[in-house]
Design a protein around this ligand. Sequence first.
Ligand code: F3S
Length: 417
Amino acid sequence: MMFLTKEEEKIYNGEYGEVLETCMNLLVSLGDIYGAEKLIPISSAQVSGVSYKTIGEKGLEFLKDISSSNVKVSVPTTLNPAGMDLTNYEKLGFPKKFAKKQLEIIKCFKRMDIELGCTCTPYLSGNVPLFGSHISWAESSAVAYANSVIGARTNREGGPSALASAIIGKTPYYGYHLDENRLPTHIVEVEANITKSSDYGALGSIVGRIVKNGVPYFKFKKLDINNVSSYKSYKLKALGAALAASGGVALYHIENITPEANIVLKRIEKIEGNNCNIEKITITEDDIKNEYESLNSAECPDLICIGCPHCSLEEIKEVVDFILKNNLNKNNKFKCDLWICTSIYIKSISDRMGYTEIIENAGGKIVCDTCMVVAPIEDMDYKNIATNSGKAAKYLPNFCNSNVIYGDIIEILKKGL
Ligand code: F3S
């Protein structure tokens, strides 16, 4: 069994109450399963399992139980998206019954002192770990971003284990917390020209399927390191989200771009020498083209949805530029619904910049705290959804019974003209 300090043992044996005992038991069981030698302190947690659509009545009962004991989280903790916009749910037409249950869930998290900014991009909203820091995050796209782009260390936690870690302030020391598990398992030579965020989504979808829960190391043949706009951070969030959705990827590296890429390559060369046995994959222009085709299952959207993972301000600005360029306004609106999913933090800046007003005048909505996948969209009469996200394109058909129009932001916005 994993080594526990005296204090941890007391918690394990129930000396500090039932909830802490349950949390510690969960972490110790996880540690034992994965061969962790000890628990390590974490600097932040990010908890999933927030939408009533995904956790249902059982999840709500569990949260009521755990939060009634007055136990609080011991490290800064944020939440994944809920099933609705927590402020404008009525205006946006979320079903009343659903809203009532969702608000009960949020109340439970509030009681535990968890920050109520429900977002899958906590790293854009104040929950920003340092390079090398240990964290316990649950949202798979945020895990991929934190591990790969920031260089923090987290496993792909489930909702309950992230919550247990948030309460105890520790996580079992195994998996991506250890140097040896951060080495690449596949080298991915990308011959295709990858520029738009939907290209990154298509690339992630293909590679995730092949490497499953491995660690891909990307070498982009056509990427100009001096052209920063071709690998902006929102494009990397699209890549990680698709890798995590089509496979189980929690960490990737990009040569000369992500912070650990050069370190891990040196380490693996030292271990493997010149006979490097790592599997190699090549992704061509045709592969990307075929992936776009296979992700598309409809032509005309009744909803265009941008923001999976949640939009950065830069992405919202792209939408605003499109609206202005095409003279969309109160008298000339989009012909279908448009949702821009983001966090309440990013929306408040969008409001201040005047972006929200421009989008709303054109018939669009900025939807906070939720997204097209975890919202009960199938009960809101949306059938054909346009998205620029590889992750959403993968999940929408199964989770929401929707057809998908997949393309870049500008391409899918054009479908609404
Ligand atoms: Fe975020 Fe929802 Fe996509 S939680 S990553 S916007 S499926």
